[in-house]
Ligand binder design. Structure first.
Ligand code: SF4
Length: 189
């Protein structure tokens, strides 16, 4: 969530990016799952899975097309972690670990082309409150972020993010904010 120069995060769970079939129709699609489901199954890149899910009710608030997954089952394990990252494809860390690591903005094109299979890549729905005195004035968009090592050769920041506010004002999120939120990590951490 953003409100001009302030932001907050809710770490709700994970998103599985899948190639497969929905109601026997072949397609690429995404399914949001909760922390408990990931803890239980330990989904990892390359796994073959099946399950039930519902279409999301508001596509502005979800990256995935489906959520409320149930009856999840792993049919076949993938080949395991990539031995020569990037991208990093080992088991995902806990949500607390992501929050503790902090993130840097990442160019949307870099995310689409190089980072969708990386455990450190993230595309998140963002709700922007344009006017704090009129909380019903909202905008929605998606932003891409990297929680990975600052030395990653695939990383590209892209343009700074601009946040709209009252009376046509705009706030720019400058580089120092990313530097500060990841300053506790070494380059390869
Ligand atoms: S830029 Fe970030 S998300 Fe992309 S491969 Fe590197 S660590 Fe992973």
């Amino acid at each position: 969530m953003r409100s001009f120069d302030t932001r907050s995060h809710s770490y709700l769970g994970y998103v599985l990016i899948l190639q497969g079939r929905v109601d026997e129709v072949s397609q690429d699609f995404k399914v949001a799952i909760g922390k408990a489901a990931q803890d239980k199954h330990g989904f990892q890149v390359g796994d073959k899975v099946e399950g039930m899910a519902e279409p999301v009710s508001d596509q502005r608030l979800e990256l995935a097309e489906y959520y409320k997954a149930s009856k999840l089952r792993i049919l076949d394990r993938g080949s395991g972690a990539n031995q020569k990252p990037p991208p990093w494809t080992s088991l995902t860390p806990t949500l607390e670990t992501y929050r503790q690591r902090g993130h840097r903005r990442m160019a949307a094109r870099t995310y689409e082309q190089k980072c969708q299979s990386c455990i450190w890549g993230c595309k998140m729905p963002v709700e922007i409150m344009i006017d704090q005195w009129n909380p019903s004035r909202l905008k929605f968009r998606f932003e891409t972020w990297c929680y990975g090592p600052k030395s990653c050769s695939s990383y590209s920041a892209g343009p700074t993010r601009k946040v709209p506010g009252r009376h046509g004002m705009t706030w720019e999120e400058e580089d120092w904010i990313d530097e500060e939120s990841t300053s506790h990590r070494e380059l390869d951490e």
